[in-house]
Design a protein around this ligand. Structure first.
Ligand SMILES: Cc1cc2nc3c(=O)[nH]c(=O)nc-3n(C[C@H](O)[C@H](O)[C@H](O)COP(=O)(O)O)c2cc1C
Length: 291
């Protein structure tokens, strides 16, 4: 170890790598395989007020350069998470951040209120990139005023720090980030997946049952770098980068753009041990450039 550390919410980590929501479950499988070495924290899959089956299959499709997913926030609901999953998650060797989604503004706070009963979460990630049912299905993150209200409601309910995960698809990411900061967020996650679709031009068949989904790909890295950079210019709270990471160089690039920590998601499905691979690679590269 080089003694290098990264910090978030008054805690020091010997790795800048966080496992992104929806790609590592609650971390149990990776823990059993010894793949949480080198990982700073795990972000759980989305937790909602009621259990959700998610979207009908097929909900993940590989395209030439990346993955399209429309999992639809499948999860057992917050009650099951608090009573069954979180007690087991206290065995994780790294902190757990719980990703929270809701269909109405109040629902985010209601989920957090239930999660507060558990001593396990290190913090929350508020996924305002999901559709806002009371406003006709547009993402919460599309409107800065909604982002601010959701952040404020969560802040009033939570004793823990939280990051607001922003969408790259609608609205201005810097205005949304500022709104999250104004509402009391302790970080912003930049950002969720990009809206995408694939269609078979011969048959007209669209493989995803929901037609459009979230696109993730290593090729999206520059889009994340740009958004991290402009968001860091706008806000004072930490920025957690998410999108396009597959190499230690990508982690360092996002840190150089201003991110406090860096998430890895889709790449983890290809290489479950990428937490340690990325962390070790980062430390080696930093060793090489140190005087
Ligand atoms: C299969 C899959 C499921 C995901 N589920 C969630 C989720 O439940 N909540 C969320 O905020 N983001 C979710 N994401 C988005 C990831 O957390 C991440 O922000 C995105 O994939 C970009 O990072 P990457 O390029 O490293 O994958 C999901 C992504 C994938 C591929």
């Amino acid at each position: 170890m080089t003694g290098r550390t990264w910090s978030l919410w008054n805690r020091e980590f010997d790795s800048p790598v966080i496992l992104a929501s929806g790609t590592a479950g609650f971390g149990f499988e990776l823990m059993d395989m010894g793949y949480l070495d080198g990982v700073a924290a795990v972000i759980s899959k989305a937790t909602t007020l009621r259990p959700r089956k998610g979207n009908p299959p097929p909900r993940i499709v590989e395209t030439r350069f990346g993955l399209l997913n429309s999992v639809g926030l499948a999860n057992p609901g917050v009650e099951e998470v608090v009573t069954r999953i979180l007690p087991e998650a206290s065995a994780l060797p790294v902190p757990l951040i719980v990703n929270v989604a809701g269909e109405t503004e109040q629902e985010f706070a209601s989920v957090v209120e239930m999660l507060e009963k558990s001593p396990v979460p290190f913090g929350y990630e508020i996924n305002v990139s999901c559709p806002n049912v009371s406003e006709g299905g547009v993402a919460f993150g599309a409107s800065p005023s909604t982002v601010e209200r959701v952040s404020r409601l969560v802040g009033q309910t939570s004793s823990r720090p939280f990051s607001v995960k922003l969408t790259p698809n609608e609205g201005s990411i810097t205005e949304s980030a500022l709104a999250a900061q104004e509402g009391g967020a302790g970080a912003v996650t930049v950002c969720n997946t990009f809206l995408g679709m694939t269609v078979d031009w011969r048959t007209g068949m669209i493989p995803l049952e929901r037609k459009v989904g979230g696109y993730s790909s290593p090729a999206l890295l520059p889009l994340t770098v740009a958004r991290v950079h402009i968001t860091c210019q706008a806000v004072d709270i930490p920025v957690l980068a998410s999108g396009g990471v597959s190499r230690p160089e990508d982690v360092l690039e996002l840190l150089a753009a201003g991110a406090s920590m860096v998430q890895v998601g889709t790449w983890l499905m290809r290489r479950p041990g990428s937490g340690a691979e990325l962390r070790d690679g980062v430390l080696e590269l930093l060793e090489d450039v140190s005087p």
